[in-house]
Design a protein around this ligand. Structure first.
Ligand code: MN3
Length: 243
């Protein structure tokens, strides 16, 4: 794939993944509406206790209402009265090294948590046949993928994230990132469209799992929203918007 095509793929896919539904559907009056890339604090797609016993309600409430909201507010402050107010997150991340640490850390924190909430569901499920076949191709087996993802999440030193991404060659890869960095950022070692992510900051699990990060990651498999992850993957493969 040519670089330009990939940038387009990354931009479209990731932008749509985190754009409020009302904005993406409202194409007719788009010229009158707020810019499609405007930044909004999203609603949590389930109740705080919906992911129990794997993630407890208190952790969810603090994580969403304090941590995530805090990143959003600081991000808003960091971009106030700048051109970034109307720029999509993937476009901001594509040049994030030029925008300063306030945008990198708080923009990452805002965006990464949106993907994290979307990656989870009380219903769990399984990958689609197409995603499963690609996971098997890339990691030998589904268990091979889970091992790679577990390892990336478990061994990320300090705070950070692990990701399943689709890269520029449309291959699946597992990567990790420190702090609030993500694979859309120009500073990332391996870039791609995020499909699935896990937050391994201690605030994501310490109340319930204390220092047992591995137990938290194992519990995570019970609540992965494979329906959404599969949809993102199949649309990204075709170069379509990832909703
Ligand atoms: Mn977090």
């Amino acid at each position: 794939m040519k670089r330009r095509q990939f940038i387009s793929l990354v931009g479209m896919g990731a932008a749509a993944a985190c754009t409020p539904t009302a904005k993406t559907k409202n194409t007719v009056s788009a010229s009158k509406a707020a810019p499609i890339s405007g930044h909004f604090f999203p609603a949590l797609p389930y109740k705080y206790n919906a992911l129990e016993p794997y993630i407890d309600a208190t952790t969810m409430e603090l994580h969403y209402d304090k941590h995530h909201r805090g990143y959003f507010k600081k991000f808003q402050a960091a971009i106030e009265d700048s051109s970034l107010e109307t720029m999509s997150m993937p476009d901001i991340f594509a040049d994030v090294s030029k925008h300063g640490d306030g945008v990198r850390n708080n923009g990452g924190g805002y965006y990464n948590h949106m993907l994290f909430w979307e990656s989870l569901s009380p219903e769990g499920g399984e990958p689609s046949a197409k995603l499963l076949s690609h996971l098997v191709k890339s990691f030998k087996s589904f268990d091979g993928f889970k091992e790679a993802f577990f390892k990336a999440a478990k061994t990320q030193f300090g705070s950070g994230w692990a990701w399943l991404i689709i890269d520029a060659n449309r291959n699946l890869q597992v990567v990790s990132s420190p702090n609030q960095d993500n694979p859309l950022m120009d500073i990332a070692d391996v870039k791609g469209i995020p499909l699935l992510t896990i937050d391994v900051w201690e605030h994501a699990y310490y109340l319930n799992y204390q220092n047992m990060r591995g137990d938290y990651i194992n519990a995570f498999w019970n609540i992965v929203n494979w329906k959404t992850v599969s949809k993102r993957f199949e649309k990204a493969l075709k170069g379509e918007w990832v909703g």
